[in-house]
Design a protein around this ligand. Structure first.
Ligand code: HEM
Length: 172
């Protein structure tokens, strides 16, 4: 197919991009590391997010759609997406592109576009220093707001894989 066509057209237009988005989000939600980002969200919230993802990808690929969602930095800030999360995410992007047999040229362009958003998604944070600071304070003052402090320390200290294990253990 001619390279003059938009990436949107070469990928197969709206229906193809919607099918890719659906497949990708299903894989992300089922992933033991990434599933925590979609835990306890309403069905409608997830439907809304899928539609926004479709619109965003269609518009970014040059399609006749107008994305009405938030920018990538605003919508992902505070989720604490880490480097391992990003690697797992990209593994699923590749698996989805394999699933649909996306040709090499378009595949490379999709991957390059997704990678171009990485700096808006992945947040740098230090586990050790913040955790120690949180623990030192109640010990020094003997003001036992320990419930609060331990909750904060745990949420910072436990690596993502163990978070998932905690979520799985607490599932009914
Ligand atoms: C590890 C990587 C990622 C994770 C864990 C993740 C997770 C999420 C979650 C949980 C939401 C819902 C936010 C909310 O309702 O407040 C969301 C929204 C969204 N994500 Fe991601 N995301 C990732 C990467 C990406 C990438 C690479 C793209 C696009 C190339 C993308 C596009 C979007 C869009 C368009 C929305 C909707 C924004 C809005 O609500 O206005 N995400 N993401």
């Amino acid at each position: 197919m001619s390279e003059e066509l938009s990436l949107y057209s070469r990928l197969g237009g709206y229906d193809a991009i919607a099918a890719v988005s659906e497949n990708l989000v299903g894989r992300l939600m089922a992933d033991p590391l990434l599933g925590r980002f979609w835990a306890n969200r309403s069905d409608d919230g997830i439907r809304r997010e899928k539609q926004l993802l479709i619109d965003f990808l269609c518009q970014s690929a040059g399609g006749p759609l107008f994305y009405t969602g938030r920018d990538m930095k605003t919508s992902h800030k505070g989720m604490r997406i880490s480097e391992p999360d990003w690697s797992a995410f990209m593994t699923h992007v590749n698996a989805t592109l394999d699933h649909f047999g996306v040709p090499a040229l378009e595949r490379g362009q999709v991957i390059a576009f997704v990678e171009s958003t990485k700096s808006d998604m992945v947040e740098a944070f230090s586990l050790g220093r913040r955790t120690r600071a949180k623990w030192r304070k109640p010990n020094r003052s003997c003001d036992m707001a320990l419930g609060v402090y331990s909750a904060e320390a745990i949420s910072i200290e436990i690596p993502p894989t163990q978070h998932v294990r905690c979520l799985q253990n607490s599932a009914p």
